[in-house]
Design a protein around this ligand. Sequence first.
Ligand SMILES: [Fe+2]
Length: 407
Amino acid sequence: MAIPHEFTAESIAQASVDAFRPYNDFLQSGEPYVSIYLNNQWLTPPKDDAELEWGKGWYYDTTVARKHEYWKDIDLPRPTKDITVMRQNLFDWGYCLIEDGMSQEQCARLRARIEEQAAAERALGIAYLVKSQQHVWSLVNKGDDFVKCLEHDPEGVQAGPIIERLLDETLGIGWNHFSFLSNISYPNCHPQPMHQDQTFIAPYNPREAPVLLNTMYVLQDVNEVNGGTLFIPGSHKPNGTGGPYALYGPMPKPINLEAKAGTILMFDGRLLHGGAVNHSDKFRYVITNSCVKSFIRQQENFLLTMSPEVLAKASDKLLWRLGFQSSITANLVEGYGYQGSGKMGDSNGSVAHVRHEMDQGEYRHVGALSPDDVTKISSDEFALARIQKANESFRTPELLEKMRLLS
Ligand SMILES: [Fe+2]
């Protein structure tokens, strides 16, 4: 088949030499990391097989704020129960600390569950172990207390209502969970490279507001010895000058998080941070729950991850936050959900109905159809039709009659 010459790869390549490409410089800018590394070479991460170096000023060779040469006299956020202070700290410094965000009992329960789960996953050889941490993913399936955290139920996390409020104010109502996992630093692990948790949108680096907010559950006392998370206070605000994409100039060096068991750290998706070296001989346990604007693809595919057992008892709130509510622009399944509101509890667009059908193993998709098929197939054979009948309240007899008349 002859296609017009202009549509050939050769012709397109020829017409693209020195062409008008207005977004190219921005997309290829490598920001924010190009300016971060150019102006702060001490942030360069160690190679995986390299020995860590001490006394040379690398980012991971640091301590807690009160012992840090640069930060010790600066009034940084302290643990508080006052939401007014938290709001200001989040805006000014990119993080806040919730004092006793978990009760000691809640904290102990979560930690015991994580310790047991992490050890079992290592023993079975299914753990996710990287140079800096062990990650225990899909906590949604690994204990009722984790589900309560995802719902911000005070039974599971006593500061839940405050966390929920700060998420609503920072991301706008209708945010989604992005991931919920445990980050376990093991003895003598490598540090993580310093990063923004919302790196997935780079080189976009919105100054107006973050698209991600992370909630870290501190399950034991953390400090400079056992790998209190590294972060640079205030680094959520670009400080660079000298060009449209030169976002970051020289920055102060990071500190280790110092916090008591039960503290909850909330931090802006633009804050530079990373897992620290654990100098102790024991594991260090925290849990992180990133939440994002709902237009962002989730790191954990909860639609596939959630077990049928957890799905069977999931609350509307949990389903909503995990992305199970489809709407005109998100998560349609064969068209189902196009007229969903995307709001909590809207049956007309709940992907949970699709998952139930799929879990039963009888989901038949609508494929290519011909006029012949219409006489041979009953619509009831399709899962879509069953879901439509049960949930799409707009599918009235009048609408069905209109379809018939148009066909
Ligand atoms: Fe991170």
